[in-house]
Design a protein around this ligand. Structure first.
Ligand code: URA
Length: 261
């Protein structure tokens, strides 16, 4: 027979160092615990809701409309005519893009926010104002030499992240947008833009600042492309502005190499 002292020492050795109640409880015998246990053992696990699959006819419609556009104005009209994406129903405006049609540098963000939706222009809210300042620091200006658009032309309600089916439906339009604008440099703003355009889910923190290339089937040669941190993220994480500064200097250097003013 073990003494009480030996039992206590054994408890301490196995890590039982807290006393919770005066009396032992057999939790497997308690009615509400039994119900819970039965539920866990008998009910099928709740799996995450699968993403709705984009119906082929909607996606084909988007591809066809985008392909037929031969100019940016035609593409703008095609996007406005497309009713296959439910986001259009809740948005106030279609936010197509802004900047000179011969801009050598194109920036692509994620989706419009409330200010963009209200005004029908990309990056005009606080994160847009920061983007303007970052661009200006290396001589880029949406009135002069920079063009700005988004993966999604309609604001997701409540600024939620766009779903993968919404992204798939809008991809033909932004791909054609890049083909028609044919910038010399493509900048992807944030992880959603980067993973949608490059088709890879790698993290933005790892990918940002690295030059890669972007090419669609309709382009005869690839464009130098870089992902940068989203300005909305920079507003919440000021410390990361040093990375944004590094990246914008790399963009300036590439502009110089390509003879862009
Ligand atoms: N964030 C984006 O990604 N795009 C905008 O147009 C505005 C905010």
């Amino acid at each position: 027979m073990s003494s009480k002292k030996e039992i206590l020492e054994w408890y301490v050795t196995v890590g039982v160092t807290e006393t919770i109640g005066e009396h032992p409880l057999n939790r497997l015998n308690m009615p509400e615990e039994k119900v819970l246990l039965k539920k866990v053992l008998t009910e099928p696990p709740v799996l995450p809701k699968p993403e709705p699959v984009v119906p082929d006819n909607l996606l084909e419609g988007a591809i066809e409309l985008a392909k037929c556009a031969q100019t940016l104005d035609e593409l703008r009209q095609a996007v406005m005519d497309f009713n296959g994406c439910a986001l259009k129903k809740t948005a106030k405006n279609t936010v197509f893009g802004e900047g000179p049609q011969d801009a050598p540098v194109m920036f692509v963000g994620e989706a419009p926010g409330a200010d963009e939706d209200r005004l029908g222009r990309p990056f005009v809210g606080v994160s847009g104002q920061l983007l303007d300042k970052i661009m200006a620091s290396v001589g880029l200006d949406r009135q002069k030499n920079a063009y700005i658009s988004n993966i999604i032309p309609w604001r997701p309600p409540g600024n939620r992240n766009p779903s993968s089916s919404e992204i798939s439906l809008c991809m033909p339009f932004i791909e054609r947008h890049i083909e028609l604008l044919r910038p010399k440099i493509l900048i992807m703003i944030g992880g959603v833009s980067m993973s949608s355009l490059l088709g890879q889910p790698s993290g933005i923190m790892k990918m940002r600042g690295n030059w890669t290339t972007y090419q669609t089937a309709g382009m005869d040669s690839p464009i130098p492309a870089m992902a940068i941190l989203h300005t909305a993220f920079l507003l919440r994480n000021s410390i990361q502005k040093r990375l944004a500064w590094k990246d914008i200097l790399a963009i300036r250097q590439k502009m110089d190499e390509l003879g862009i003013d």
